[in-house]
Design a protein around this ligand. Sequence first.
Ligand code: FES
Length: 82
Amino acid sequence: MITKHVIKICKGPACSQRFANDIRRAAEEATGEDETIEIRTCGCRGFCEDGPTVVVDDVVHSHMSEVAIVGIITGIKKEKIT
Ligand code: FES
């Protein structure tokens, strides 16, 4: 059975102003063709002051950056290999 990881990138107004689009682009590039990782957008999660906000498998990550999301996705991929 393939585990599906869901990464939701907040597209609310505060997170959008803090470059959520760049984070999504970095996430999509890091994911590549891996069909076990799904990138979605979501509405405001209520953590606007700590944005940009990303939810990875129901865990909220604040102050997200392109480097951080790539690190998370790399970690998910390594986890599946071992
Ligand atoms: S706009 Fe992203 S948490 Fe509110």
